[in-house]
Design a protein around this ligand. Structure first.
Ligand SMILES: Cc1ncc(COP(=O)(O)O)c(C=O)c1O
Length: 418
C-alpha cells in the first residue's frame, strides 16, 4: 500500500500538475475576484472533464434502464454499468466483481452493513468496536444498531497526535466483539491507520473488519486481497467522480450469508405473495434502479486516476503535504491538529483565538475554499479539547502556489483579528 508519508522512491513518475489542472474546468474560474484556490477536496473533490463527458455521453446516447430491457440502448447501458463494476474491482483488487456493491456513498455502505450483517449477527450484550477518530457515519449506524439490539459500542482511544493506541485497541477486542469498524484515513486529522496490523489483530480473534475508506480511496493504492479486510466503503464524489454513487466491497462469504437490505426490483429472483427468493450477488443488495450515470461517471474517474498513476499522485501529494505542513508551522499562532507520523492530505489547524468559521470567511474573500467546523467528528473534537478546526485538504490538482495563497490568506486573518 502506498502511504503518502512514505519516502519517494527513485524513478517515481512526476505529475505534470499544470497539465492535470487543464482537465478540471472548474479550477479555471475566479471567485470573489480572485483565482479559485480549492483546498476542500476532503469534503468533495472536483471532477475532470472525462467524468463530466462520460455522464453526458451516457445521457446523450445510451440512456436506458439496466438489466431489464431487450433493446439495444438497455444493452449498452447495462454493459457500461457493469463495466464500471469491473473497473472498481480492478482498482481495489477485489477477488470478484460480485463483491462490488454500488451504493450512494460511504454512509449508505456502512448503514447497509449495520442493517444486514449487524442485524443478523449482533445480539444483546455483544460489542461493536470503533475508534475515537471516526466520522459520524461510522458511529451513528452502529449506535442505532446497538440501541436496537441491546449491544454495546466500544471506542478505541487515540493519543494527542491523533494516532490510535494499538495496545488499547487490541485489549478492546474481546469475545463479544462482533465487528471492528474504523477509518482507513481520518477526515479530520489525516491520520493513516496501520491497517495490516489492525486487520491481523482482529482476525486472530475471528472479528471481521469494516474499513471506512472515504478519505483513503482518493490518495492511496488499494488492494483488498492484500489488506484482507471484510468490508470496505468509499464514496465516488471524493474520488473525482459524481455525487450519489459509492461502493461497498464485501468478502463473498460474508455477503452471501447476509440478508438483503432494501426490497424491490432487481434484488429478487422470484416473487409470489407467499414468498420471495433473492437474486445472486451483487444484485441482492442493489434494489431498484441504480444510479447508472453515477456508476459510469465513477468508472471514468477510476480510469482517469489510474492513467495518472497512484504512485505519481502519492508522490506529488506527499511532497505537497510536507511543504504545506512546514509552511503552516511558520504562521505565528497556528497550531496543527493531527500530527500523526503517517498522514494523508489533510491539514487541520487553529489560529490563535480566531474562530475557525472566521478563518474560513476571511479566506473565502481571498478566493480560498477550506472547510471549518467539527468535520462530522464531534466526539473526536471533544477528545482533542477543541470545538472546531479549520481544515485545508489537498488533492493531486493542488500545487505549492495554493499553499502559498493559503499562508498569505492566514496572514490576512491575523491582521483582521489582531
Ligand atoms: C472518513 C469519512 N467517512 C465517511 C464519510 C461520509 O461520506 P459520504 O457523505 O460521501 O457518504 C466522509 C465524508 O466526509 C468521511 O470523510
Amino acid at each position: 500500500m502506498t502511504a503518502l508519508s512514505q519516502p519517494l522512491r527513485a524513478g517515481t513518475p512526476r505529475l505534470d500538475v499544470e497539465r492535470v489542472r487543464k482537465d478540471f474546468p472548474i479550477l479555471e474560474q475566479r471567485v470573489r475576484g480572485k483565482p479559485l484556490v480549492y483546498l476542500d477536496s476532503a469534503a468533495t473533490s472536483q471532477k475532470p472533464r472525462a467524468v463530466i463527458d462520460a455522464i453526458a455521453s451516457y445521457y446523450l446516447q445510451d440512456n436506458a434502464n439496466v438489466h431489464r430491457g431487450v433493446h439495444l440502448l438497455s444493452e449498452r447501458a447495462t454493459q457500461a454499468y457493469e463495466d464500471s463494476r469491473g473497473r472498481v474491482k480492478r482498482f481495489i483488487n477485489a477477488a470478484h466483481e460480485h463483491e462490488i456493491i454500488f451504493v450512494r456513498g460511504t454512509t449508505e455502505a456502512i448503514n447497509l452493513v449495520a442493517q444486514t450483517y449487524g442485524k443478523s449477527r449482533v445480539r444483546a450484550g455483544d460489542e461493536i468496536l470503533i475508534t475515537a477518530m471516526e466520522h459520524h457515519s461510522n458511529i451513528v449506524p452502529w449506535q442505532m444498531l446497538c440501541e436496537e439490539k441491546g449491544a454495546v459500542l466500544r471506542v478505541a482511544p487515540i493519543d494527542d497526535d491523533g494516532q490510535l493506541l494499538l495496545d488499547e485497541l487490541e485489549r478492546l477486542i474481546g469475545p463479544r466483539t462482533r465487528l471492528l469498524a474504523l477509518a482507513h484515513v481520518s477526515n479530520a486529522l489525516g491520520t493513516i491507520n496501520p491497517l495490516r496490523r489492525i486487520v491481523e489483530m482482529a482476525h486472530r480473534r475471528k472479528v471481521p473488519v469494516l474499513l471506512d475508506g472515504a478519505q483513503a480511496a482518493p490518495h492511496l493504492a488499494l488492494d483488498m486481497q492484500a489488506l484482507g479486510c471484510d468490508f470496505y466503503a468509499f464514496s465516488g464524489h471524493k474520488l473525482f467522480g459524481p455525487t450519489g454513487i459509492g461502493v461497498l466491497y464485501g468478502r463473498s462469504e460474508l455477503l452471501e450469508e447476509m440478508p438483503p437490505w432494501q426490497g424491490g426490483g432487481d434484488m429478487i429472483s422470484s416473487v409470489t405473495f407467499e414468498k420471495t427468493t433473492y437474486n445472486k450477488l451483487p444484485y441482492k443488495f442493489e434494489a431498484g434502479t441504480p444510479d447508472i450515470a453515477g456508476a459510469i461517471g465513477l468508472g471514468a474517474a477510476i480510469d482517469y486516476v489510474s492513467a495518472l498513476g497512484l504512485s505519481a499522485i502519492a508522490a506529488h501529494e506527499h511532497d505537497l503535504l510536507a511543504y504545506a505542513t512546514e509552511a503552516l508551522r511558520q504562521v505565528p499562532g497556528l497550531r496543527l491538529v493531527g500530527t500523526a507520523k503517517e498522514k494523508a492530505s489533510v491539514l487541520s489547524f487553529l489560529l490563535g483565538d480566531v474562530h475557525p468559521h472566521d478563518i474560513g470567511t476571511v479566506l473565502d474573500r481571498e478566493g480560498i475554499a477550506i472547510r471549518t467546523g467539527h468535520h462530522c467528528a464531534q466526539p473526536l473534537m471533544r477528545r482533542l479539547g477543541v470545538a472546531a478546526t479549520a481544515r485545508a485538504s489537498l488533492a493531486f490538482y493542488n500545487r505549492r502556489e495554493d499553499v502559498d495563497a493559503l499562508v498569505a490568506g492566514l496572514h490576512k486573518v491575523r491582521e483582521v483579528f489582531e
